[in-house]
Write a protein of this length. Structure first.
Length: 272
């Protein structure tokens, strides 16, 4: 399971028990995913936000399912997501079935807003505004951060740029000939002194040969990397180098294996 200190403050994205989809009106490319086991998400969003966060936790014995509702073939409600918990070092996050997202479509503009049902913690709504162009993400705004997306002729993202008050983060994407994401390299540069703050590389391995049922859920940051590939990865490696004055002063590494299961029909089982 992904469980590491990670970046980008975004509390997006349990519990709707159903079963296990691009245009300016996103349409599913495979049967709609109604329930998704939380192991498929990446922790606290690769959401193209620049604020660092703390660790990610799961509640032992709690629900591990995310639920999706659809309206006119498009996802409009997601149940299950990350709840921020204040700790001495800043924030940690716990996966909660009481966190939910609403999705509002208005032409090429989409608004995602996160809420919390519980009474024990006050969590302000977390709105993100997405601009679509030619059926794909063009821009995400979550004040004060703005991310821009750039694509190749195969409609695959090749680069994103995130601008916040203090950082400019550039990510580059590499795909193989089968249309599967191989790695994402990120560099964060301070907007105050133009110094590199950190560099990251995320590697995706262990792809199966089954169609990816999560392609229609690319609106969500913590699912975005999974939605980009033709098939489904089971291996994930993360490396980060923190720099000061051009010198590496700290490193972080994690390698994870996510077992995949399949239905009797041979398709990926999203509920296990």
């Amino acid at each position: 399971m992904f469980n590491r200190p990670y970046l980008y403050l975004a509390v997006i994205t349990v519990m709707a028990i159903f079963s296990c989809g691009k245009s300016d009106n996103p349409q599913p490319e495979t049967p709609q995913v109604d329930s998704l086991y939380a192991k498929f998400i990446l922790p606290v969003a690769h959401g193209f936000y620049a604020t660092t966060t703390g660790t990610v936790m799961y509640n032992p014995g709690g629900s591990g399912m995310i639920g999706f509702n659809y309206l006119n073939g498009r996802p409009n409600v997601r149940t299950g997501g990350w709840l921020p918990i204040a700790v001495s070092s800043g924030f940690s996050y716990i996966f909660s079935p009481l966190v939910y997202d609403t999705v509002v479509y208005n032409g090429n503009n989409v608004t995602l807003t996160t809420y919390y049902h519980g009474a024990d913690i006050i969590m302000d709504p977390n709105p993100r505004n997405l601009l679509l162009e030619n059926g794909r993400l063009k821009r995400i705004i979550k004040t004060p951060d703005t991310t821009y997306f750039y694509y190749n002729a195969k409609n695959q993202p090749v680069k994103t740029e995130t601008f916040s008050r203090g950082a400019h983060i550039t990510r580059s994407f590499v795909f193989d000939n089968s249309g599967n994401l191989q790695n994402v390299k990120s560099t964060s540069v301070s907007r105050y002194d133009d110094q590199v703050v950190y560099q990251e590389e995320e590697t995706f391995t262990g792809y199966d040969n089954k169609p990816n049922p999560l392609k229609g859920l690319w609106l969500w940051d913590d699912l975005y990397y999974r939605t980009l590939s033709a098939n489904n990865f089971s291996g994930y490696t993360y490396n980060q180098s923190t720099l000061q004055n051009g010198q590496v002063v700290a490193t972080a590494h994690q390698q994870s294996s996510i077992p995949l299961f399949y239905t009797a029909a041979g398709q990926l089982d999203c509920t296990r």
